[in-house]
Unconditional design. Structure first.
Length: 95
């Protein structure tokens, strides 16, 4: 089932569905059905334009230096975007 969902997400992303990039980013961020790859996850999160679903993992990636250089300023920026969008964990991290 997951492989079919992943294939559909890739097809939707190729056809311009920005929300599909969030799904793909999550797959690579967590290693769900694919090899974990933070660089690919970051690229897809940046394509998705989803403040709730993509800003939080981007903030964590910058905070921990996952696939990119550690950057607390960028981490805070992305976590603030997520918090403003209503992400409860992001709000706690920046409090």
């Amino acid at each position: 089932m997951f492989d079919q969902d992943a294939d559909e997400a890739f097809i939707r992303a190729e056809n311009g569905a920005v929300e599909a990039h969030e799904e793909i980013g999550t797959m690579y961020f967590k290693g769900l059905g694919v090899t974990r790859d933070y660089a690919i996850a970051r690229w897809h999160f940046l394509q998705s334009l989803s403040p709730m679903g993509s800003a939080y993992p981007l903030g964590i990636m910058y905070l921990r230096g996952l696939g990119i250089g550690r950057d607390t300023g960028s981490s805070r920026l992305w976590l603030e975007v997520a918090a403003r969008a209503g992400h409860p964990i992001a709000a706690k991290k920046i409090a």
